[in-house]
Ligand binder design. Structure first.
Ligand code: SF4
Length: 250
């Protein structure tokens, strides 16, 4: 990002909340929401973070962000906006990993993820047609995802669900994800990459479908998922169920 030193980040907000998305949903988590995004999705629910604003967004050093979190917060989510627009996000992730944190990166999938530290769990979008941003997908990124990572399709319609199925099949991303006796290996904040064959038959990421309100109700993708026979994960945004009236800080 122009004019911002790699040791500084433009931040929209930091907060503690319950992680509402991914296989880590339900866990307490420290969030760093970076400002600025290169996309304009139809359903964007973080408009306040999309454009860098002179008021409301502040520059913070990497070290000050790390020291603002509670030392007990071992699960940290770097989100946005689009975090990878800022060079300093890589430094922040690296330092958090070195401090023993489990780091989640939420990225919109349009920028190169090859430099993201390998310990970071990447939660990457593939933009469906309903987003209006399908043309921005960077499919080369798929080769950098492993079985610890998560590929997310935000669904606005049946067309989007079918699009997700086409992408998963075309790139051979179907994984045999059978429920294990416990999901602790995946959900623990001290998570290490999961090599347990009970959970994964290949190196593919988890596949997540998430209905975009108000375009799609949860019942619709639930029905399509059951009909499809695919073992994908239906994601509801847990933080919006807990705090339906709060637009920030959750
Ligand atoms: S990528 Fe995320 S932050 Fe950017 S416009 Fe889309 S939904 Fe909003």
């Amino acid at each position: 990002m122009k004019g911002v030193s790699p040791e500084n980040l433009v931040v929209a907000e930091t907060f503690r909340s319950i992680q509402g998305e991914s296989t880590y949903a339900g866990l307490p988590c420290f969030f760093v929401r970076l400002a600025g995004c290169n996309l304009a999705c139809k359903y964007c629910d973080t408009q306040y973070a999309r454009k860098i604003q002179a008021s409301g967004h502040e520059q913070h050093t990497v070290e000050s962000i790390i020291s603002s979190k509670n030392p007990n917060d071992k699960l940290v989510c770097i989100t946005g906006g689009e975090p990878l627009l800022q060079e300093g996000s890589l430094i922040l992730m690296d330092r958090l990993v070195k401090k023993g944190c489990t780091v989640l990166l939420e990225t919109n999938g349009s920028l190169d993820i090859s430099s993201v530290p390998k310990e970071v769990i990447k939660i990457m979008d593939i933009k469906c047609p309903g987003s209006g941003m399908e043309h921005q997908n960077r499919y080369e990124n798929l080769k950098f995802l492993t079985n610890q990572d998560q590929l997310k399709f935000v669904i606005t319609s049946r067309e989007d669900f079918e699009f997700a199925a086409c992408i998963v099949d075309k790139h051979k991303l179907n994984r045999a994800e059978t429920p294990g006796p416990t999901d602790q290996t995946d959900d623990s904040p001290h998570h290490k990459p999961n090599n347990n064959p009970h959970h994964n038959s290949n190196n593919s990421p988890h596949i997540i479908v998430s209905p975009a309100s108000p375009f799609c109700s949860p019942e619709e993708p639930a029905k399509w998922l059951l009909e499809s026979g695919r073992s994908w994960r239906l994601q509801l945004q847990l933080h919006k169920i807990i705090w339906p009236k709060r637009e920030r800080g959750v």
